[in-house]
Design a protein around this ligand. Structure first.
Ligand code: F6P
Length: 459
């Protein structure tokens, strides 16, 4: 292979540039040209295929910087529909005319779906990323546990999890953790610590919503900020137990910090945050408002009298507040863990293409003896027998539904990731750059300005 393409699809994550960098450095060593396709799959839908040559003369362009969050080649939630044969044929033709002989897609489960549609036309490899940590399997045979329940004629079938059949062991997880997750957990945990101060000082109850869609991994990671209660989508909310626990904690310390995953569900499995639901261009449900719904619920159930008996003239509404960590958990400089392993996965994706793999996934494995290392699996390993890729959910053993917090197994899962996740330079850089006087006087210089000058098009 003389030339490969690379694209970053789905929501941005802090490790994308690191993954691109790892791929380009490896390609330089192996004398392969890398074209970065601009804005994910959307580049391929454009007849002119906007792209950037990332390693002219096998030298990495300076705009590609591992410590920059986001992706310098842009991302979008455009995806390739496997059923749209005409679009796929057009894309294959464009890639051929660009002389691209293999394609690396950096992304999550949606990206893997889009990539698979192209894998009949050229070798493809996925390098994973997602702050949700939901691209992976808790164990090798997890997809076989999904069951398809037919619905009425007008609505599509429903996929539900059947009972777990195997014994769970951390060493059996497929893609233990995805780049982006560690930085997002770092930001969320920090946010939780900071909000605690207000809850403590004003005797309030804080509900902090973190992202993660239908997976509770990110909420788990926020446990490092020491919230009193964690609510995850995998465990439907038991309102009585929640209210009981909130009061227990409030009685003791006069403040409560609750971390709530955006995808939490009620006892009937309905998403609390989907009341104002819509779908994004990739068909994902956009979740908003889980924390707010939870707040309404606590306001009603705990009630004004409880608070007025303790806090002069203060209603439940005044005492319970919500904050979303929001996109700050997805943005900014990646911490060491994500930079390092993002780059490794990108590098290995290049090797996999050159070794002739197709429709493969570069994954990060962990075992007790050797720690983290990269391996490869087939994309199909993530599919159930109907061909559907399901977002990985947090393994139930990671959560203690009675105490509403991490279980011992959950703690054990997090330890290897976060033991050395932050590099000294990650903190030093804040000291050196945040209050740099130039920040006040110079306009922000966006990498997009430089990258735009490098964009080429198919003739
Ligand atoms: O999948 C990553 C993610 O950050 C989710 O956790 C979140 O629900 C979603 O993307 C938000 O998407 P957007 O940035 O497009 O609003």
């Amino acid at each position: 292979m003389k030339r490969i393409g690379i694209l970053t699809a789905g929501g941005d994550t802090p490790a994308l540039n690191a993954t691109l960098y790892g791929a380009v450095v490896r390609a330089n060593q192996r004398r392969v040209e890398v074209f970065g396709l601009v804005k994910g799959f959307s580049s391929l839908f454009n007849p002119r295929v906007p792209h950037v040559h990332l390693n002219p003369l096998f030298t990495t362009i300076p705009e590609l910087e591992t410590t920059q969050g986001g992706t310098m080649i842009g991302a979008s939630r455009d995806y390739v529909d496997g059923q749209d044969k005409a679009a796929i044929a057009e894309i294959a033709d464009r890639l051929e005319r660009l002389k691209i002989e293999g394609l690396i897609c950096v992304g999550g489960d949606g990206t893997l779906n889009g990539m698979q549609a192209l894998s009949h036309h050229l070798p493809t490899v996925l390098a994973p990323k997602t702050i949700d940590n939901d691209l992976g399997l808790n164990y090798r045979h997890e997809p076989d546990e999904w069951v398809c329940e037919p619905n009425s004629e007008s609505s599509p079938p429903r996929y539900v999890r059947g009972p777990a059949r195997g014994r769970f062991d951390l060493e059996h997880m497929v893609n233990y953790v995805t780049p982006g997750f560690a930085t997002a957990a770092f930001v969320s945990a920090w946010g939780v610590q900071r909000i605690r101060t207000t809850a403590e000082s004003h005797r309030r109850i804080a509900i902090i919503e973190v992202m993660g869609r239908h997976s509770g991994y990110l909420a788990m990671g926020a446990a490092y900020g020491q919230p009193d209660i964690i609510l995850v989508p995998e465990s439907p909310i038991d309102v009585d137990r929640l209210v009981e626990r909130v009061i227990e904690v409030y009685e003791l310390q006069k403040n409560v910090v609750i971390v709530c995953a955006e995808g939490v569900v009620d006892g009937r499995g309905r998403e609390l945050g989907s009341e104002s639901a819509s779908t994004d261009p990739a068909g994902n449900i956009v979740l908003s408002g889980a924390a707010e719904s939870l707040r309404q619920l606590l306001v009603q159930r705990v009630g004004d009298t409880y608070f007025t008996s303790k806090r002069r003239n203060e209603s439940a509404r005044a005492a319970i507040f919500t904050r979303k960590v929001g996109h700050t958990q997805r943005g900014g400089r990646p911490i060491l863990f994500d930079r390092f392993y993002g780059a490794q996965l990108g590098g290995q994706a290049v090797d996999l293409l050159l070794e002739g793999h197709t429709n493969a996934v570069s994954i990060l494995q962990w075992d007790r003896a050797s720690g983290f290392h990269v391996e490869v699996v087939q994309a199909n390993d993530f599919r159930d027998r109907w061909g559907i890729i399901h977002a990985r959910q947090m393994h139930p053993s990671f959560y203690d539904a009675e105490e509403l917090r991490l279980s011992r197994a959950g703690v054990e899962y997090l330890l290897p990731i976060f033991a050395n996740a932050i590099g000294q330079e990650d903190l030093e850089v804040v000291r050196q750059t945040l209050f740099h006087p130039g920040n006040l006087t110079q306009p922000y210089h966006s990498v997009n300005v430089d990258v735009n000058k490098r964009i080429c098009f198919l003739d």
